[in-house]
Write a protein that binds this ligand. Structure first.
Ligand code: RIB
Length: 308
């Protein structure tokens, strides 16, 4: 069996996005600016990112029997994602995310998970064929934790690299850490995973090493405009990224993860894959929306043509 696909197991949401001048305080009503509805969800965003970078990508997830499912699946297919492992649950609604984006491009997100939380270990198990064909398996934490664990076990069973983007963060069992070839928290997520503060470069590195001690092979901490840090048993290395004017930071982490896995699956080494991920993530913050901000290879090349 040829292992020539990326398998993303995860969430899909319809994002309802409002531009705001500032975020409301608790109890406050504010008037926003533009409203837009964009395809999103961390799993779907990452799958679209991989597919737009030209890697054959399958998405395994669950949507409802509703208009959001129609719109999301249509746009994911148009972006080249293979939806043969998409499941439908007629008793729940497709996931929805309420997002506000301020003038600096910073966001606040509330997710109503809907069908994403109905994706069971049994659903994943029933589609184990997907793992046979996968060169890399990527997942996040917008589906049930027990499903994430079963996904990681199946990846191990099929000798497939397993990458966990621990977003949104929650404390994780040691068993799961031991199955991760890569884990990709941002600083806040790293703090939640380890219980240690991540206020400065040294403390970030110390916290990342705690995850190595729990059995993770490689920890890649995404640092926003500061780039990324890679820590493994033999490495501790920082990668910078281009400074840009941010318009909307939504899904920058998803772009990083998708591009990183697409590069790894395309036989790049880890430093090359991190550099590629940084470039793609930086591109996305200059565009609005989640999946709509994911670039093609050509767009990335154009964007960086003046940068060595
Ligand atoms: O990472 C960004 C994503 O988080 C959004 O698309 C939203 O749907 C939430 O899942």
């Amino acid at each position: 069996m040829n292992k020539d696909t990326i398998l993303v197991v995860g969430s899909a949401n319809m994002d309802m996005v409002v531009q705001v001048d500032h975020f409301p305080k608790p109890g406050e009503t504010i008037l926003g600016r533009d409203f837009g509805m964009f395809p999103g969800g961390k799993g779907a965003n990452q799958a679209v990112c991989c597919a737009k970078l030209n890697y054959h990508t399958c998405f395994m997830g669950k949507m409802g029997e509703d208009v959001f499912h129609q719109r999301l699946s249509q746009s994911m297919q148009e972006d080249g994602v293979d939806l043969r492992y998409l499941l439908i649950d007629s008793h729940e609604s497709t996931g929805v995310a309420l997002i506000s984006v301020d003038q600096t491009g910073e966001n606040q997100i509330i997710v109503a998970s809907g069908t994403n939380m109905q994706l069971t270990p049994r659903d994943v198990e029933a589609q184990r064929k997907a793992f046979e064909e996968a060169k890399a398996v990527l997942t996040q934490l917008e589906i049930p934790l027990k499903t994430v664990l079963r996904t990681a076990e199946l990846a191990r069973e099929y000798h497939t690299r397993f990458i966990l983007n621990p977003a949104p963060a929650q404390p994780l069992p040691d068993e799961l850490f031991g199955l991760c070839d890569f884990i990709t928290p941002n600083e806040t997520e790293l703090e939640i995973l380890t219980g240690k503060s991540t206020n400065d470069p040294d403390s970030i590195e110390i916290a990342a090493k705690m995850l190595l001690a729990k059995g993770v092979k490689n920890v890649i901490v995404t640092l926003g405009a500061e780039g990324a840090l890679w820590v493994s048993a033999s490495e501790s290395r920082r990668f910078s990224t281009k400074k840009v004017q941010a318009v909307d930071s939504t899904a920058a982490g998803d772009a990083f993860n998708g591009a990183f896995v697409a590069a790894l699956a395309g036989e790049k080494d880890i430093p090359q894959a991190i550099q590629s991920a940084n470039r793609v993530a930086t591109f996305t913050v200059t565009k609005r929306g989640a999946q709509t901000s994911m670039p093609t290879l050509f767009e990335v090349e154009q964007f960086y043509k003046d940068v060595p």
